[in-house]
Each structure stands twice: as structure tokens, then as C-alpha cells.
Design a protein around this ligand. Structure first.
Ligand code: CU
Length: 456
């Protein structure tokens, strides 16, 4: 049925109260199609409050600016557009391949018709240059939001408890890191998906743990199903491009390099194929811990957390497959900001757990690509902050909030003293509204000398 409608944008001049349409030379359309739409909306163009807008003309939508258009899944939808301001406009719903003619004179009209054949939230807009930015866009909501079925939408969020094996007291040795770059549609939120690009099907990629002095061979394989070249730049590498110069890997191929880990520290790695910011935002980042001689001191719990942004055409909270927006990436205006790859990764999918009295260590990095994080754990104070992830400098002590730039990291440690739920945030707290939060649940006995409410 899709072929009957999705490329079937019909344009007409007037009289859309009782439309009768001719075919318009689309070879994919069925020549015998006649129809009545299941649902019709009429919008007019206008200038309101200095912005360009679509305005509803009848029923509940009357006089609403850029109204939400709600339709059942599978419905044939007609949107009429009447020019009411005398400027040139059109209307389009790109995800259903529907786009009208341009209309210029006041009173002229056009229309699009398409079948809303997938559930989700999509955009309608005027495609004339600058008009969307000036305000001409709204939402078309198809069906009820559906929960994303995990069998159809794999989970890419990285488990924060998967931190690899501490190196301990061993001598330097040869180590091999195998990275597979992939592109897959996966769960973004409960009712949304995104086409992520990953290392080893997780965001962030694997937490790599080696010792200073190790000779490390990195093999980067690009899945044959990929559509793009990928690569890797390890910030722990001394050498051209951190490895990216020699690992631009085409789909189905493998490239390798070997480096000596000269500096201990916690380092970010990421894909470095143009447009690098796009590869990073799509999920291609992770961290490598180069432990100092003798290894890091043991602690009770270790967690691996990375912050990243997604730039989608649809607004935060929309359902369905969310599409990448280059415009928003270049404006550094993300719709989603997340720990460990997807919405709710550290609030619903994984819970960081500890017991009262545990010493907890968090390896925290920012994939970004753009936002600096002001890392804060609500209700806790970091006993030690290894600022800028320098493991060879003495740590800062007794820190509330610490800053981590894109492509940077920190290591924080603290002893848990009191049970409860502690929330990891970026203290630029507007970002919490875009998904940025993680729970650390501490269990055990409450010591009321440390904290108590009036009812305790
Ligand atoms: Cu890439």
C-alpha cells in the first residue's frame, strides 16, 4: 500500500472542499487510484508575533499556531494549505515523502495527500529556505505512541558496571583490542529509536583497560552492512591522528595499528572520520584506562559513565524513529543529552548499586561532541577528584562539582555513608529535562548522626 501513497503528493488550486484529483505522472502511483481521504486538515499561512506560522482553520485546531495534527495509523491524510500572507510557501511531511507546490499569492491554495503508514511523531514544515527556522513547522502524530519492542530495537546502552579487569601488579605486555564499527537502529527511549553508529554495538564503546608500557595492537573492523567509513582516534596514543590516520576503514574491511601506552590516565577514544562530530554524536566514543605501574588501588565499586548528545529533527519526547539533524548539530542544540547512550540508561535500564561504607570510583568521560559537563552527584561529595583524569597528579579533595570537557574525562572516588538514591547529573540542570540523569542506589543501615529528617 505504501507505494500507492507515499509519493503521491497532489497539488490543486482551489475547491478542496470536494476534491477530485487527477494523476500527476508519478510512475510509482497506481494509475487507477481514486480515493477520499480519511482525515483532512486545512491550515493557513500567517505571520504572528514576528514569526511565520501555520494556523488551524476549523474545529479544535481553529486559530491554533502550528497545531499538532493527530491521525490514526494507516489513515489517508490530506493537508490543505491556504496562502493568507502573500509570501511564497509550501507544506511538506518529509517522512511520508509528501511535498506540495509552492504558492505565492494571497488566497492561493495547495494540498498534500499521503498515507500515515507508520506510527510515531513526524514533522510538517514549510521547506522554503529559512521558513522552518522562522517558525513554520509542527507535529503530525500518528497513532498512539507504542513501546519499542526490544526484539526489534536492540539495546545499545552500555552497562556502567562493565569496567573490565584491573591490571593489578603485572608487568607490561602485548595487548590486542578488537573494535567492530556498526550502524544499527536501536532503542533511544521507550517509544523511540535512533540509527546509532557504535563500537561493538554499545554506546559508549567497550571500556578498555591496559597498563602503562603495554604494546597495544588495535584492530578496527567495519561491519559489511555499514554505509560509512569509520575509524578510531585513541587519546592515549602518541602517533598521527591517535590512530585515525591509518584506520579509515571501508565497510567489510579491517585496519590495524600498534602503539606503546606511554602515559597512564583515563582517555577518550572516538571515531575520527569526517564529519567527525556526526560520527561522535551518533555514538562512536568510549574510554581507555591506562593504569599506572602497580595498578590503581582497589575499591569496592567501579562504574563507567559517558555523557553524549543527540541531535534529532524531532523534538525531545517524540516517538518513532528519530532522524539526525545536521542543522541542530552545527547549532550545538541537542534534543537529547544522555549518560551511556540512550534515554533512561542509568535510571531504568541499569542501576548503579553500592552498599553503605563502599568506596565507589566513577570513570566519567564526555563523548559529546559539544557540551562540557559539570559533574555532580546529588547528596554526595567527591572525596577525591582526579582532575582532567590525570592519575599522576595528587587528586583534589572534597569536591562538589567538577568539569569535564568534550573529549576529556575525570576519575572520582567517594565513600558512601548513608543509604538512598543519589542522582548523577550535569549541574547545568536544564539538561536533566533532555534526559541527563543516572541513579546510584546505596543500600544499608542509616546512621542518623550523619543525616536525619524531623520524622526519623
Ligand atoms: Cu565513524
Amino acid at each position: 500500500m505504501r507505494s500507492l501513497w507515499v509519493l503521491f503528493a497532489i497539488v490543486f488550486s482551489l475547491g478542496f472542499g470536494n476534491p477530485s484529483f487527477a494523476e500527476h505522472g508519478d510512475s510509482k502511483a497506481d494509475a487507477t487510484v481514486t480515493y477520499m481521504p480519511d482525515i483532512t486538515f486545512t491550515l493557513r499561512t500567517s505571520i504572528a508575533g514576528g514569526k511565520l506560522v501555520f494556523i488551524g482553520t476549523s474545529g479544535e485546531l481553529k486559530d491554533q499556531l502550528n497545531p499538532d495534527l493527530r491521525v490514526p495509523e494507516g489513515a489517508v491524510v490530506q493537508i490543505n494549505l491556504v496562502n493568507d500572507d502573500g509570501a511564497t510557501h509550501d507544506i511538506a511531511v518529509p517522512q511520508f515523502h509528501a511535498k506540495s507546490d509552492e504558492i505565492s499569492s494571497k488566497g492561493s491554495a495547495t494540498a498534500i495527500v499521503f498515507r500515515a503508514n507508520k506510527n510515531g511523531t513526524f514533522e510538517y514544515l514549510c521547506t522554503l529556505p529559512g521558513h522552518k527556522a522562522a517558525g513554520m513547522f509542527g507535529k503530525i502524530i500518528v497513532g498512539e505512541p507504542v513501546a519499542v519492542d526490544e526484539r526489534q530495537a536492540p539495546q545499545i546502552a552500555h552497562d556502567p558496571a562493565e569496567v573490565g579487569e584491573p591490571v593489578g601488579k603485572r608487568e607490561p605486555k602485548d595487548v590486542t583490542i578488537d573494535l567492530l564499527t556498526t550502524e544499527l537502529e536501536a532503542r533511544l527511549g521507550d517509544s523511540s529509536t535512533y540509527r546509532f553508529w557504535t563500537f561493538n554495538n554499545k554506546v559508549p564503546g567497550p571500556f578498555v583497560r591496559i597498563r602503562v608500557g603495554d604494546n597495544v595492537t588495535v584492530n578496527v573492523s567495519n561491519a559489511k552492512e555499514s554505509s560509512h567509513i569509520h575509524s578510531v582516534d585513541f587519546h592515549a596514543v602518541t602517533g598521527p591522528g591517535g590512530g585515525a590516520d591509518v584506520t579509515q576503514v571501508a565497510p567489510g574491511q579491517t585496519k590495524s595499528f600498534t602503539f606503546k601506552a606511554k602515559h597512564p590516565g583515563l582517555f577518550v577514544y572516538h571515531c575520527a572520520t569526517p564529519m567527525v562530530a556526526q560520527h561522535i554524536t551518533n555514538g562512536m566514543y568510549g574510554m581507555i584506562l591506562v593504569e599506572p605501574e602497580g595498578g590503581l588501588p582497589p575499591v569496592d565499586r567501579e562504574f563507567y559513565v559517558m555523557q553524549g548528545e543527540l541531535y534529532t529533527a524531532e523534538t525531545h519526547g517524540a516517538s518513532g524513529l528519530q532522524e539526525f539533524s545536521l542543522e541542530k548539530l552545527l547549532a550545538e542544540n541537542p534534543e537529547h543529552i544522555m549518560f551511556n547512550g540512550s534515554m533512561d540508561a542509568l535510571t531504568k535500564i541499569y542501576d548503579m548499586k553500592a552498599n553503605v561504607g563502599d568506596v565507589v570510583r566513577i570513570f566519567f568521560g564526555v563523548g559529546g561532541p559539544n557540551l562540557t559537563s559539570s559533574v555532580h552527584l546529588i547528596g554526595e561529595i567527591f572525596d577525591r577528584v582526579y582532575d582532567q583524569a590525570s592519575l599522576t597528579s595528587p587528586p583534589l579533595t572534597d569536591v562538589q562539582t567538577t568539569m569535564v570537557p568534550p573529549g576529556g574525562a575525570t576519575m572520582v572516588e567517594f565513600k558512601t555513608d548513608y543509604p538512598g538514591r543519589y542522582v548523577l547529573v550535569d549541574h547545568a540542570l536544564s539538561r536533566m529535562e533532555k534526559g541527563l540523569a543516572g541513579f546510584l542506589t546505596v543500600e544499608g543501615k542509616a546512621d542518623h548522626s550523619i543525616f536525619h529528617g524531623t520524622e526519623d
